[in-house]
Structure formats: structure tokens, C-alpha cells
Design a protein around this ligand. Structure first.
Ligand SMILES: [Zn+2]
Ligand SMILES: [Zn+2]
Length: 364
């Protein structure tokens, strides 16, 4: 069956590698089987398309033969479509292959902010430390310049006594005798079909390949303890409500010398009584009197940083929007800023003096 990989990823034929990568991420997010909108068949298809289009070399071959490539008999050099696909899938490619090769993309990078944080990350050879997620609330004004804050977390950290090497200070550390310092043990199993070799993490040294003669007295040779730790969090200007920042290696430390987990900081932006954010623009309401509206004038308007004066032309109608250019939100990792819109409301007095009443009646 011929497939149009460009169509599958919803990109133009001339799309550059960045666009392809972005399109893939977006669709992979959407169709990942663990998600509500997930669709395993689609997810596989997207992955297949990305394995080809995401690699310039493979993409070139695919472009040359077009989507009817397989029907034409494949490569002249004796390579057929399934060979090509199996290579494109990173060698593993059975039809039911549950393993996806993300072509160098970090899985955590794609899915980290969407799916639960349980144990260690994919692809770690040794037990990793757990990831930690925290919520972090900031005000709308903090979004203008970004903000740095220190938070204190009670978490698993490297043992201070042994510095994580699991041995009582001053005592020797030897190579693990179970695995000969390899961290892995290989078993050979004899079966009717021949000898099978399998290798697994050494349970004696937990994969570190090292063994303390005298385990650390503070952490009982685990290499980690629990403790409060101060962590600096830097929130960039222009961040959106609900965004998640990832601090690699700032999660829980792993016992037995494994890799630390990551810290995920979900940023919440408090809603503001005065200013409403719509993407990069800010809206605010400003009340003027009906006399100001009719005669025009100058009013002071508080923006997110300062006060500016705004000229109101005579005959301004309720609901009129005035734009204050560049007084909105900064663009994330960018240099431009959105605008601020001042929406005019006209206040009608509830009570009038006798004189005011007379004047208005004359006006009518
Ligand atoms: Zn220790
Ligand atoms: Zn070992």
C-alpha cells in the first residue's frame, strides 16, 4: 500500500526539517495511545512517516520514488520496501512492533508534560530517581520580565556523608565480585533450540559495578538520604498559564548511583482583577464619565508597569477600544510584545443635583 507521508504528518512537500519535527510532535501528542485522544494505529502511522521524513537521507530516497515507490519494485540495488521500512524503523520494525524509535528525540521531552510521572525515564539502564512535579503560582506582572525564585523541596538527595558513593568515608570500594565490575550479569540458558544468552542488571551492586567494603553508616550504603533542598527556579518572560518547565536532574536522587529524576514545574498565573490576558495582548476596562465621553479629554491609565495618559476624543462611545502599542505581554523567548487594549465604559451618574438636572434637560 502506498502512503503519503507528507499527508500523514500534514506538512507541505517543501517543509523543512524543523516543520516536520514540529508537526510530528504535535500529532504524536494528540494520538499517543496513553491519551484520551489517542489512536494507536494512527500513532504508529505518524511514527512511521516521521522515521522517513525526519531523516534527510531517507526523505531524499522517499521523495525520489514518491508515494508509489513500493509499487515500482523498490530500490534497484536489491533492497525492497520492507527492508527499507525495517531500516527506517531503526531495525526493529515488525508490524506489531510496540517499540518506537523516536530518532534521537527525547521521549521525556515530548511527553513529559502530558503523562504521569511515575518512576525513572525510559531507556535508563539503571534504576533512576523519581521525577517530581510542583505547581508554581505567579502574578500576571511577573510574566512581563520573568521571575527567579527559590523553592525548598523535601526530597531524596545524594548522601552528604559518602557523597553518594555508598561507602563509609575512608573505606575501600571494590569491584563487584558478582558481575566482575560490569554492572550486568549475563546468563546462558540451554534450550532445545540452542543456547540463549540474556543479560540483566546485577542485583548485587544495582548496576554500579562497585561494592563498598563498609557501607556508609548514614545512608546504609544506599547513597541517598532525604532532606530539604533549595532549588532556584527561573520562569521566563512571556510564559503561558499551565506551561511546564523541566529541570533536568533536579528530581529525586537515585539510590545506588543511578541517574536523578527531573523536576517539573507547572506554572500557574493568578487571574488579575484589572488585566485580562488574551494570548499576547492585555485587555482592561476603564470607566469615564459621560461628560468626558461627550467632551473628550485625557485620562490616566495604569498599564502593567506604569501609568500612561490616554487622549479620549470627543464623542467616544461605550465599548470603544484604544490600543497601547507594545504594552501587552512579551513573546516567550522573543523580543516583541503584544498590545494593551483599554476598553472604555461610560459611567452614568445615579444621582443628579438640581442644577445638573436642569442643564441636562436644557441639553435635551
Ligand atoms: Zn552515605
Ligand atoms: Zn555487580
Amino acid at each position: 500500500m502506498s502512503k503519503d507521508y507528507y499527508k500523514i504528518l500534514n506538512v507541505e512537500k517543501g517543509a523543512d526539517q524543523d516543520e516536520i519535527k514540529r508537526a510530528f510532535r504535535k500529532l504524536a501528542h494528540k494520538y499517543h495511545p496513553d491519551k484520551e485522544t489517542g489512536d494507536e494505529a494512527k500513532f504508529k502511522e505518524i511514527n512511521e512517516a516521521y522515521q522517513v521524513l525526519g531523516k534527510p537521507e531517507k526523505r531524499k530516497q522517499y521523495d525520489q520514488f514518491g508515494s508509489s515507490f513500493d509499487q515500482m519494485g523498490g530500490f534497484g540495488g536489491g533492497m525492497n520496501w520492507s527492508d527499507f521500512m525495517s531500516q527506517a524503523r531503526g531495525g526493529g520494525g515488525g508490524a506489531n512492533g510496540a517499540k518506537f524509535d523516536f530518532g534521537g528525540l527525547d521521549l521525556g521531552d515530548i511527553f513529559g508534560d502530558m503523562f504521569g510521572f511515575g518512576g525513572g525515564r525510559n531507556g535508563r539502564s539503571r534504576g533512576g530517581g523519581e521525577d517530581i512535579q510542583v505547581d508554581f503560582e505567579i502574578g500576571l506582572k511577573d510574566v512581563i520580565n520573568g521571575i527567579k525564585k527559590e523553592v525548598e523541596l523535601y526530597k531524596t538527595v545524594k548522601c552528604e556523608h559518602c557523597h553518594g558513593n555508598m561507602a563509609e568515608p575512608g573505606t575501600p570500594i571494590n569491584a563487584c565480585s558478582t558481575c566482575n565490575g560490569q554492572g550486568r550479569v549475563t546468563r546462558v540458558q540451554q534450550t532445545m533450540l540452542g543456547a540463549f544468552q540474556s543479560s540483566s542488571t546485577c542485583t548485587d551492586c544495582h548496576g554500579s559495578g562497585k561494592k563498598a567494603e563498609t557501607p556508609c553508616s548514614k545512608c546504609s550504603g544506599q547513597g541517598v538520604t532525604k532532606k530539604k533542598e533549595k532549588i532556584n527556579i527561573e520562569i521566563p518572560a512571556g510564559i503561558e498559564d499551565g506551561s511546564t518547565l523541566r529541570l533536568t536532574g533536579k528530581g529525586n536522587a537515585a539510590p545506588f548511583g543511578g541517574e536523578a529524576g527531573d523536576l517539573y514545574v507547572r506554572v500557574r498565573i493568578r487571574s488579575d482583577k484589572v488585566f485580562q490576558r488574551h494570548g499576547k495582548d492585555i485587555y482592561m476596562q476603564n470607566n469615564i464619565s459621560f461628560v468626558e465621553a461627550a467632551l473628550g479629554g485625557e485620562i490616566d491609565v495604569g498599564t502593567l508597569e506604569s501609568e500612561v495618559s490616554l487622549k479620549i476624543p470627543a464623542g467616544t462611545q461605550p465599548g470603544t477600544k484604544f490600543r497601547l502599542k507594545g504594552k501587552g505581554m512579551p513573546q516567550l523567548h522573543g523580543s516583541t510584545r503584544g498590545d494593551m487594549y483599554v476598553v472604555i465604559e461610560v459611567a452614568v451618574p445615579k444621582k443628579l443635583s438640581r442644577k445638573q438636572r436642569k442643564l441636562l434637560e436644557d441639553f435635551e
